[in-house]
Design a protein around this ligand. Structure first.
Ligand SMILES: [Zn+2]
Length: 53
């Protein structure tokens, strides 16, 4: 969970195209930019800076 719950919620709505890396809405059938079907949800897997230093 990130620092800002609202930001986390917004990020979780974004899917990233594996092909062109453009942002798409969550649940999109295909990339709106290149038409690729290979999308992945953008998760909060980003490594936290200074996690527990
Ligand atoms: Zn794309």
């Amino acid at each position: 969970m990130g620092k800002f719950p609202i930001a986390d919620a917004e990020i979780s709505k974004i899917w990233i195209c594996k092909k062109c890396k453009s942002r798409n809405k969550a649940g999109a059938a295909m990339c709106r930019k290149c038409g690729s079907k290979y999308l992945r949800p953008k998760r909060k897997a980003l490594r936290a800076k200074k996690a527990a230093a």
